[in-house]
Design a protein around this ligand. Structure first.
Ligand code: ADP
Ligand code: MG
Length: 480
């Protein structure tokens, strides 16, 4: 792993295996960092933030470093995409898009570094009142396994542009691309301690990072359950926290939607990246008049989705990321069979003798109160729910503890926009689901977390605001 500009092993000497989920074979071993390693990384990041080269860098210099990193990632995109696909099980074609988005994210924040603006406050006295923007300090960043390198960029890029130093902890299942990226940081010119990447597990490496007194801010993407633990652990030192948690996002189809586009949109919305997507459209809400025809077409088309090896360019869905996730999804398939009507899939993908492959699974006639409609599965399991009219659609859509994303499909612009306004979610798509751009804000309402990533919103989360009052009155204070 990478601490203070050096590649190091863990202090305790432990290692843990990393798997290829399509073969179930070990493809790497990485250091198992514990509290002492977290402490070492936090000290390095603290020192790099407080002294030396980094606090003296200009925004232009930080921007150029991010451009260089983006270039290196683009130049090695093929190799990184392959590593990502092998480690996550995701289709190579999707991994290539992730790597391209990763480079774009570093570029975007490289450009934004020089656009952080302060403010002049119109106070009523003979004074100049300013607001200065300053980096929040040492950022601890904990990310999930579904988009490993892209999530690294979503975290590192705005933090570095702002002038923070970082300790990134990739998910234990998928640390390889983030570690690979560290090979280039020294050469690009990041001073030691500015970026640290530690491999380790949630409780033994993530939790000490959240509790560490030298860490000023925690940015987390992951499950709501862990988000709650992080909030509690961050309370002790009043850390700044941003959380991007799960979802149970409604994908809403009105009768007047383009039917073919709707079927594709429903499947793409929930099965892209094997359904291992926080914004997955896992609740498919369909208006009653088209409901029967819709579920039949959905079931028919779901059967044509090509499952295969991650490195096969024809593959649309690979294996799930890990044995643990496979078992979790299999359990939800069984829960669904007890709660609703199985329409497609429902089990292990039987044509594979190895690997964590499950069938894309669709349940119909789902009641919004059931577990498969309320709990995040984080896998290819969809719940189709009928509704009667706009008010009913909005009621069901909002009847969820989550509020990350939603989509609405209709050719009636007035209705589509009314639904956009009524849905309590941080991201709403109309006649599409999932496109994500670095220029636009990303984050959730309700138990999907708080704070926004991407765009100018993303850098805000790594900035403090300092109020400065400059007295222009050269007289003694009229108090005595
Ligand atoms: P999943 O359930 O899919 O594993 P998690 O929310 O558990 O998703 O994991 C997301 C990230 O959070 C991973 O990097 C994981 O190591 C980390 N993590 C898990 N538990 C904790 C914890 N108690 N404190 C800090 N980080 C944690
Ligand atoms: Mg976990």
């Amino acid at each position: 792993m990478y601490i203070n500009g050096k590649h190091v092993e863990s202090i305790g000497g432990g290692w843990f295996p990393v798997y290829d989920p399509s073969t179930e074979e070990i493809i790497a071993e990485v250091p198992d960092s514990r509290e002492a390693d977290v402490d070492r990384a936090a000290k390095a990041a603290r020192t790099a933030f407080d002294s030396g080269e980094w606090p003296a860098t200009t925004a232009q210099q930080r921007g150029r470093l991010l451009f260089k990193l983006a270039d290196r990632i683009r130049n090695e995109a093929g190799k990184l995409a392959e590593l990502e696909a092998r480690n996550c099980g995701k289709p190579i074609v999707e991994a290539e898009m992730d790597i391209a988005d990763t480079a774009t994210c570093f570029e975007y924040y490289g450009g934004l570094a020089t656009k952080v603006l302060g403010h002049v406050n119109p106070v009523p006295d003979n004074a100049l009142s300013l607001s200065l923007r300053e980096p929040v300090g040492v950022a601890g960043q904990i990310i999930p396994w579904n988009y490993p390198l892209l999530m690294s960029a979503w975290k590192l890029a705005p933090a570095l542009a702002a002038g923070c130093t970082c300790i990134l902890k990739p998910a234990e299942q998928t640390p390889l691309t983030a570690l690979e990226m560290t090979e280039r940081l020294d050469e690009i010119g990041f001073p030691p301690g500015v970026v640290n990447v530690i491999s380790g597990f949630g409780e033994s490496a993530g939790a000490p990072l959240v509790r560490h007194p030298d860490v000023d801010k925690i940015a987390f993407t992951g499950s709501a359950a862990v988000g709650k633990i992080i909030l509690r652990n961050a309370a002790e030192s009043i850390k700044r926290v941003t959380l991007e948690l799960g979802g149970k996002s409604p994908n809403i189809f009105f009768s007047d939607a383009d039917f073919e586009a709707a079927i594709d949109g429903a499947l793409f919305g929930v099965f892209i990246n094997q359904g291992e997507v926080c914004s997955a459209g896992s609740r498919i809400l369909v208006e009653r008049p088209i409901y029967r025809k819709f579920v039949e077409a959905l079931a028919e088309k779901a059967k044509t989705i090509k499952l295969g090896a991650p490195l096969d360019r024809e593959t649309k869905m690979g294996p799930l990321v890990s044995k643990e996730q496979y078992e979790r999804v299999r359990e939800y398939q069984e829960i669904g069979k007890r709660e609703a009507k199985l329409l497609a899939g429902g089990g292990r993908a039987s044509s594979f003798s190895k690997g964590y492959y499950v069938e894309p699974t669709i349940f119909a006639d789902v009641d919004n109160g059931t577990r498969i409609a309320r709990e995040e599965v984080f896998g290819p399991v969809a719940a189709v729910i009928p509704f009667d009219g706009e008010a009913d659609a909005v009621r069901i859509a909002n009847d969820s503890p989550y509020g990350l994303a939603a989509a609405v499909w209709s050719r009636d612009i007035f209705r589509a926009l009314r639904v956009v306004k009524s849905v309590r979610a941080g991201i709403v798509w109309v006649n599409h689901m999932q496109p994500t751009y670095v220029e636009a804000p990303w984050g959730g309402y309700k138990q999907s977390g708080f704070g926004r990533e991407l765009g100018p919103w993303g850098i805000e989360e790594y900035l403090e605001t300092k109020q400065v009052y400059i007295n222009l009155n050269e007289q003694p204070i009229a108090w005595y």
